[in-house]
Design a binder for this molecule. Structure first.
Ligand code: ATP
Length: 189
């Protein structure tokens, strides 16, 4: 069973305290929506959970494998999606979670922003990760893409996965808890 537990987590960047003494406990199937204004610290929190930033206080305990979807897609523009799958997973995709299987042989650099976002989400769906840390997962997606994203997230949760998604509200996360960052963070729901 995967879990993500955060205790007394604080982060200061530069001279600004983004969050202080944050406590969280997410178990299999849970989802957390992280909201807040531009610059409030959503990406910084995700990066701290991923171990990419060192917190000022507190700790993050992860049981399970992390999957990361950053603000940027981290796909190589000169490679095709098929090459990207071979490079990251060592195998072709098994499904078509985001509806872009017809684009496997196209160089990623000539795909549209929405197609690239779909491709990055598809790679995440195909990875064997338990805890998805997602920064603006719905960015650049059309309504069909957002519906696919919602189904992908629900499927992950139904199989015991955990979701932490920074979002301005465009991502459908039913029954998720909400953490609103305002430099004085608190969890509701
Ligand atoms: N390397 C850094 N050093 C100091 N401050 C930083 C650094 N990187 C980011 N910040 C600051 O941390 C704050 C939070 O940034 P962050 O990217 O986490 O916000 P966000 O809530 O994800 O914003 P957005 O909604 O615009 O994506 C911002 O004020 C930003 O300028």
């Amino acid at each position: 069973m995967s879990s993500l537990v955060v205790r007394h987590l604080s982060l200061t960047r530069g001279t600004v305290s983004l969050f202080e003494n944050l406590d969280l406990a997410l178990q299999a199937g849970d989802a957390l929506r992280v909201t807040g204004a531009n610059g409030s610290g959503k990406s910084s929190l995700l990066r701290t959970l991923a171990g990419l930033l060192t917190p000022t206080t507190g700790d993050v305990r992860i049981d399970g494998r992390l999957g990361w979807l950053g603000h940027r897609n981290a796909l190589s523009p000169r490679r095709t999606l098929a090459q990207e799958f071979a490079g990251w997973l060592g195998r072709p995709p098994r499904g078509d979670a985001m509806g872009v299987a017809s684009l496997l042989s196209v160089p990623i650099g000539i795909l549209s922003q929405g197609q690239q976002r779909r491709a990055a989400l598809w790679l995440l769906a195909e990875e064997d990760a338990d805890i998805w840390l997602m920064d603006e997962p719905g960015a650049a997606l059309d309504s069909e893409g957002r519906a696919r994203l919602a189904a992908m997230i629900q499927n992950h949760r139904d199989h015991g996965g955990i979701i932490v998604a920074a979002t301005h509200g465009e991502t459908d996360l039913p029954d998720a808890r909400t953490l609103t960052l305002s430099r004085q963070a608190g969890v509701s729901g």
